[in-house]
Every structure is written in C-alpha cells, then in structure tokens.
Design a protein around this ligand. Sequence first.
Ligand code: FE2
Length: 270
Amino acid sequence: MSTDETRSQDPFTFPFNYFKFLSDEEKQLLNCLYREISEIVKDVIGHGINHHLATSRYAYTLSLADGKGRHNFLAALCGIIHDLRWWDDKERKARKLKIDKIEGVPSPVDILDGLLEQKIITADERSTCALVISAHSDLPTEQAPALLKYLRGGDRLSRFGVEGLKLLFELNYHYHLSGNNTPFYIEGGKISWNRDDGIIPNSEIKSCVDDVRACLSWILIAETPAETVLMNQLEEPLVEFLRVFHWHQINSYEFWLEKIDNEIFIQMLT
Ligand SMILES: [Fe+2]
C-alpha cells in the first residue's frame, strides 16, 4: 500500500478538527476546499494535498501565536490553496514543470474571487490573500505583512522531518526529468541562504539546503528516546529512506543522481 493511500484513510477524514479556534462555517469551507483540491492535485508529486494541508495547518498555528482573530482563518485559507498556482502557465514555464495543464483548474485567485462573490471574504481580504500567495516564494522583506510570514513559515515547516525530506527528493526527481542534474536544487529561483555556504555552493540558483538542513537536524534528534518512538511509528519506506539519507552525504551528487535515476528506489518511496 502506498503512503498516500494509507494517509487518505487516516486523520484526513476529519482534517479540519485541527482548526479548533475557527468557526464551524470557516472549518466547513476549508473542508470543501480540501476535498476539491485533493482531486485536482492527486497526481502531483511534492505539491499534493498533504503539502497543502500541512502548510495550512502550520500557517494557522503560526497565526494563532499572534492571538485569536480572522487572521487565523485567512492563514489556513491561504495555506490550503497556495500552490494551485503551479497550474498557471507562467509558473509551469518558470519551473520547467512537465505536468500537463488541466483545463478548468482554478488558480488561487479564481478561488478567492469565488469566495468574494459569495461574500465569504471581503474585498480587502481577497486582495491581501492574493498578494500573500503570489509573494510567498519571494525573499522575505522587513515590511512583509504578518499573513505572508505565516504562509511562508507554514510552507517551509511542511518540509521538515523525514516526510519533508522525502518530498524534497520527489521534487528533485521531477526536476531531474526536466533536465536538472543536481540533487536537492530548485532551479531558477533566487537564493535564500548564504551564498558562500559550502554544502551546496552555487550563487545562481535557489537551493533546498535550508530544508535539507532541517531534515538533517531531525535525524540528529532521532537519536533521542522520544524520537525513536516516533520513528518506530513511521512506515517502512520512510524509515528506509531516512536510513539511506543518514548514511550518505547530501553533497554526494553521484550517489543521489544514481538514486534519482533508479525507478525502483523512487517507487519504494511513493
Ligand atoms: Fe508550497
């Protein structure tokens, strides 16, 4: 049984109980979007429904740290729809995605416009959410609205841990099919970390190195008793992947490229 099949049977039957400080109407709306988006992204590697849901939850949690209020709902809303822009022509071209465009798939702005029309969100909220979603991959600025910080933080947190690492790997498998030949890289973006960093030095392209570092930290933590318990609950493919990752340096390009080319290894993960 694949990981996704297993996941679809579990807490996702009631994923929005998580948002306990939202109103029933807000939770119901998120639940409807969740179901709609699950269908849209069911074949998308790395940016499937699990990523959208995790981002939504983390963005909401970060927002909650700033108190109760409407911003918590908006953070969750932005999270659940934020990567539907992957279906935009511009986005697909920029990222050299090989995914076939599906006609009629809504973008985040289409969804926000629909919510505005139904008077579920205000015009101001629609504009803020649209802005935040379109800017969430850019480098942070001092003046960034709080909602952008929640969404960006949620997006990054969703990549932590072994599942995040697996997602990174899957993503790069995808980029590799597009002609990129360096593991754990995102081609064409702005770099978001110290350019002189020695792990994966390259001043021209954005790297997933921050995310990978987070995963490396997780591996270190996994040596503590509490995390050992957690690890024992992971499914075997994830444990195996973590094991492989643990024993091979992140900059062992040849090793990882060989893995990326290895269909059996990829199938083991998916
Ligand atoms: Fe994302």
